[in-house]
Design a protein around this ligand. Structure first.
Ligand code: PEP
Length: 251
C-alpha cells in the first residue's frame, strides 16, 4: 500500500543511552505535533533496536534495521539475520544503502538475496538505489538505477513486490548538503515508477518511493510536494528530534 513514510537512518551514531533518549524525544514530539498521515520509521544501530522498540508507541513509530544477512542463521560471525531483527521488534530493514554498496562491496546480486531473506521474515525492505556523481555527469544515472531495480526486484512475485519500499538516494547528495532539486527528484521518481509499472503493472502505483539526500525541514516540503515522492529517507537530520519532526511535517 502506498504510504507517506519518513524514515530516519541513524547510521553508526549514538551510544546506547543517547539512542534511547533520542527515540523517547522523537516519540514525544511525534505524539504531540506530528502529522498523523505519515508513517514514521527510525533505524537505530542493531544494539538499540529492542529497547527503542519498547520506548516508542508502535502505533506511531516503527523500527528498522540498517542491514541484514543473506543467510538465515549459522556460522556467520558478525552478521545479523532478518529473523533476529524481526524478533527484536523491527518491521523494516534498509538494504542497498550507498554506504553499504561502496564501503562493503554490496552488489546488486547480494542485495537480491538480502531482500528475499528480509521478505521471508516479514520485514519490509527499504531498498536504496541511486547514482554517484560521475554517473550523473556522464548521463548514465537512468541506466544505473534501471539495473539496480531490474536485477534486484524484477523476479519477485507480485505479492512480495507489493511489500517493498524504494528509496532514491543520489549518492552525491548524501551527507553533502547538496540536495537534488524538487524537479530532479520528481524526474527520477517518475522514471522509477514507470519502470516498475512496465514489469508489475498497476501495482507500481502502490509503491512508496522515498527521496534521500540532505533532506532537511527547509527543503522537505518542496520535495514532498512532488506527485511521485512519497516521503524521505533521512540521515543527518534524523539525529535531532526537532529536525526530524520538521521533515515529518513537511507533508
Ligand atoms: C542517507 O544516508 O540515507 C541520507 C539520506 O543521509 P543525509 O540525509 O545525511 O544526506
Amino acid at each position: 500500500m502506498r504510504q507517506k513514510i519518513v524514515a530516519g537512518n541513524w547510521k553508526m551514531n549514538k551510544t546506547y543511552q543517547e539512542g534511547i533518549d533520542l527515540a523517547i524525544e522523537i516519540d514525544k514530539l511525534v505524539a504531540e505535533k506530528g502529522n498523523k498521515n505519515v508513517t514514521v520509521v527510525v533505524s537505530p544501530p542493531f544494539t538499540h533496536i529492542a529497547e527503542v522498540n519498547k520506548v516508542v508507541n508502535n502505533d506511531r513509530i516503527s523500527v528498522a534495521g540498517q542491514n541484514c544477512a543473506t543467510e538465515t542463521s549459522g556460522a556467520y560471525t558478525g552478521e545479523i539475520s532478518a529473523e533476529m531483527l524481526w524478533s527484536a521488534g523491527a518491521d523494516y530493514v534498509i538494504l542497498g544503502h550507498s554506504e553499504r554498496r561502496s564501503y562493503y562491496g554490496e552488489t546488486n546480486e547480494l542485495l537480491k538475496a538480502k531482500i528475499r531473506k528480509a521478505l521471508e521474515f516479514n520485514l519490509t525492505p527499504i531498498y536504496c538505489v541511486g547514482e554517484v556523481l560521475e554517473e550523473r555527469e556522464a548521463n548514465k544515472h537512468f541506466d544505473v538505477i534501471k539495473e539496480q531495480l531490474e536485477t534486484v526486484l524484477f523476479d519477485l512475485d507480485k505479492e512480495d513486490f507489493e511489500k517493498v519500499v524504494i528509496a532514491y538516494e543520489p549518492v552525491w547528495a548524501i551527507g553533502t548538503g547538496k540536495t537534488a532539486s524538487a524537479a530532479q527528484a520528481q524526474e527520477i521518481h517518475k522514471f522509477i515508477r514507470d519502470l516498475l509499472a512496465k514489469k508489475f503493472g498497476g501495482l507500481a502505483q502502490n509503491t512508496s518511493i522515498l527521496y534521500g539526500g540532505s533532506c532537511k525541514p527547509s527543503n522537505a516540503k518542496e520535495l514532498f510536494a512532488n506527485p511521485d515522492v512519497d516521503g524521505g529517507l533521512i540521515g543527518g537530520a534524523a539525529l535531532t528530534a526537532e529536525d526530524f519532526l520538521g521533515i515529518i511535517n513537511g507533508f
